[in-house]
Design a binder for this molecule. Sequence first.
Ligand code: BGC
Length: 452
Amino acid sequence: MTGLAKADFGDDFTWGVAHASYQVEGAWDLDGKGPSIWDTFTHGGGRIKNHETGDVACDFYHRYQDDTSLVQELGFDAQRFSISWPRVQPDGRGAANAAGLDFYDRVVDDCLAKGVEPWVTLYHWDLPQALQDLGGWTNRSIVGWFEDYVGIVADRLGDRVKDWMVFNEPCSFLVVGHLLGYHAPGTRSLRKFLAATHHVNLSQAAAAQVLRAKVPDANVGTTHIVTPMRSKRDTERDRRAKASIDVIANRIFWEPNFGLGYPVDDCPLIAGIDKHIKPGDEEAITVDWDFVGVQYYQRQLVKPWPVPKLRGVPWMSHDYRSYEITAMGWEVQPDGLYESLERFAAYDKVPKLIITENGSAYPDTLVDGRVHDDRRTAFYRAHLAEVERAVADGLPVHGYFCWSLMDNFEWAEGYVPRFGLTHVDFDTQQRTIKDSGYWFQDFLGAQSTVPA
Ligand code: BGC
């Protein structure tokens, strides 16, 4: 793994770091912000490790200037952050909260002043609780509510923000939040999952149109987690299981927007989605993305036996003996990233790919002001080698964002898994660049700030 060089990724390649509102901002009820489903979920008790919440998180709400300075210090071109819908519209509908919009205005201006491109995600899972009370994503009216919200944000930031992502990983909040119930809103229902999925797919297209209408020269995309599936054997039963889980974990969230409809034949379990499709939806749902954001963390091993509670869905697992495992219990398989890029590039409707998230959690320790996270550096080098291979093979890959700039609130896992290039002491809010951060600083050609 020698010879990784920034120049091999091309001149128009964006190097960035990513994070998300609920995971970093804190200030959960400040300056007019309304509650989100994650506020409700974490305050509800018993569902998050150590009963932790995002009430304070990394306090990015007050420390965004220092954090953007870190992005600059590490040599990245771009910072991907998300907008909290209930900070902008406390009830999810109606008039905008001026203080909320002002906050994002300041973040954008600060990025631009420091030569950091702001890449904005419009929805990274923190739905206004007031909308959840009306059914949330299961209520078809949400397509219009979302359109209005996107319009408000685009009107305010569109003169300066050119790079937009509509959703962060529909799979995660739809499967984990609506079908399995481990994330907010915590429902466990196939019916709700299917309704919400169709409304999210419609909202992707509606939001893309709003952005195109309001932001001249917008670079409009969305992001998807991609989980390549594998099985231990190659029997007919294994192949069928793999195809069906691939629909629920992957294809159902992106193929409708590519104009390919719902892949019901490969997964009859989703047939009920038909009930939610209205005349005209098939055309309305198609999107001409400028780019698709690929988020890759792991492959999964498909077990062909069904999970009883999930009405016959085959389930997934890991092979802990054959691969290195991260603190999340995920297998490290860098070539799965190449496989994911190759897979997306094969779709007609995908002109450009950006890796909008990739990263790993390890039990880091801060000793004498340093974090020697060699495993994370090795993880990044191995994955970047796969990206370099994809670029060399002519796949249209134009950017790479690390997850994450700093340790943050890792959803149901609380603050234990640390994904950052920067260590955060959550008692003092002290940031310390880890060795992996310094590795990027060197790789990206920024001036070294490694302590003597
Ligand atoms: C999400 C992030 C999350 C990361 C690590 C992605 O699925 O977009 O919010 O922290 O993975 O689990």
